[in-house]
Design a protein around this ligand. Structure first.
Ligand SMILES: Nc1ncnc2c1ncn2[C@@H]1O[C@H](COP(=O)(O)OP(=O)(O)O)[C@@H](O)[C@H]1O
Ligand SMILES: [Mg+2]
Length: 234
């Protein structure tokens, strides 16, 4: 469904992604782990088109999307839950969702509407008329996930959804991710939380200095003390 082929991405003269390749299959949950500064967000930004790769290509459903502007990538069916959540602070929960909403393709009746998203996240239903800046970090994260869902994407990119949240909220996020996978979503999850990244993943990649340095099943990574210590500090 998603394939990155030997991409090279830069900020100005800084060569950040250095020939990075990865894949996410249909219905697969793939996690990327790696320390701060490894290039995880740059990878997400290279897929979405915020930081277009200078070399290599990004393919989605076998079509080349590298070089397309972000709004076109989004319309093709890639949803983003950005690092730091980035919800609109002065808009209500319902308004934040309404901005992201887009009908499911092919007139599918089973897509996500704002109402369905509010049912899926009961804590948001109760807060629906509250403004973004009146929400807790966990509620803001749920809004960010719900906002991506109501655009009815085929692939979800999630950039550190657990960042800065209390363990009990991280467990809720993990449960949401598990349910989305169960519904058949393809998900690329970037995480520094080792257990969240491994929990529901089919496969994991470890990044270091703009490259993939390890790829395996979660079980294999769990057992690989050397990789864990060298690249993850676990
Ligand atoms: N806007 C930017 N301009 C210049 N350098 C950046 C920018 N954003 C990130 N970087 C650098 O790119 C590298 C990778 O960053 P990033 O992709 O954000 O890592 P991660 O998400 O894994 O923490 C880091 O060295 C970081 O300092
Ligand atoms: Mg990041």
């Amino acid at each position: 469904m998603l394939e990155l082929r030997e991409i090279h991405s830069y900020y100005g003269d800084s060569h950040i992604l250095q020939g990075l390749s990865l894949q996410v299959g249909k219905g697969e949950l793939v996690s990327i782990l790696g320390r701060n500064g490894a290039g995880k967000t740059t990878t997400i930004n290279s897929i979405i088109g915020f930081v277009p790769p200078r070399r290599g290509s990004v393919l989605f459903d076998n079509r080349k999307i590298s070089g397309l502007p972000p709004y076109r990538v989004a319309r093709m069916g890639i949803g983003l839950v950005p690092q730091g959540r980035r919800i609109f602070p002065t808009l209500t929960v319902a308004e934040n969702l309404a901005i992201g909403a887009r009908k499911a393709k092919n007139g599918r009746g089973d897509g996500w509407s704002v109402d369905r998203a509010l049912e899926f996240f009961p804590s948001l239903q109760r807060r629906k008329t509250n403004k973004g800046n009146q929400l807790s970090g966990g509620e803001q994260q749920m809004v960010a996930i719900a906002r991506a869902l109501v655009a009815n994407p085929k692939l979800l990119l999630m950039d550190e959804p657990s960042e800065g949240l209390a363990p009990i909220i991280v467990r809720e996020i993990a449960e949401v991710i598990r349910q989305l996978k169960h519904e058949g979503y393809s998900i690329l999850l970037v995480e520094q939380n080792f257990h969240l990244a491994l929990r529901a993943a089919d496969r994991v990649y470890v990044m270091n200095k703009g490259q993939i340095v390890h790829t395996s099943t979660p079980q294999e990574l769990e057992a690989d003390e050397e990789v864990k210590e060298k690249y993850l500090g676990v």
